[in-house]
Design a protein around this ligand. Structure first.
Ligand SMILES: [Zn+2]
Length: 83
C-alpha cells in the first residue's frame, strides 16, 4: 500500500479523500486568516491614530474612503469641526 487511502463520509453521499479534505480545510484556514488579518489591521490602525491624537477614521487627512474608490470628506472630522 502506497500513500493514504482514507475516505471520510460526511453524510452527503460524497466521499472525500483525506487529501481533498485537507485541501478544503487549508482553504478555509487561509480565507479565515486573511479576513481576520484585515480586521486586525484596521483595528491596529485606528488604535495608532487615536494614540497619536488623530482622527480614527482618516488619520487627520479629513478625507475618508467613500463607496468604491471615491474619497469623501471624513464624517468624523466634519462632525467635530461643525460649529
Ligand atoms: Zn477624520
Amino acid at each position: 500500500m502506497t500513500g493514504m487511502d482514507i475516505s471520510v463520509d460526511l453524510g452527503t453521499g460524497a466521499l472525500w479523500t483525506a487529501n481533498e479534505l485537507a485541501g478544503f480545510v487549508a482553504g478555509l484556514v487561509v480565507v479565515g486568516v486573511a479576513l481576520g488579518a484585515a480586521k486586525i489591521d484596521r483595528a491596529v490602525a485606528r488604535a495608532q491614530r487615536q494614540g497619536l491624537g488623530l482622527c480614527a477614521e482618516c488619520g487627520g487627512t479629513r478625507l475618508a474612503r467613500g463607496s468604491g474608490s471615491s474619497v469623501v470628506p471624513c464624517p468624523a472630522c466634519t462632525k467635530q469641526s461643525a460649529p
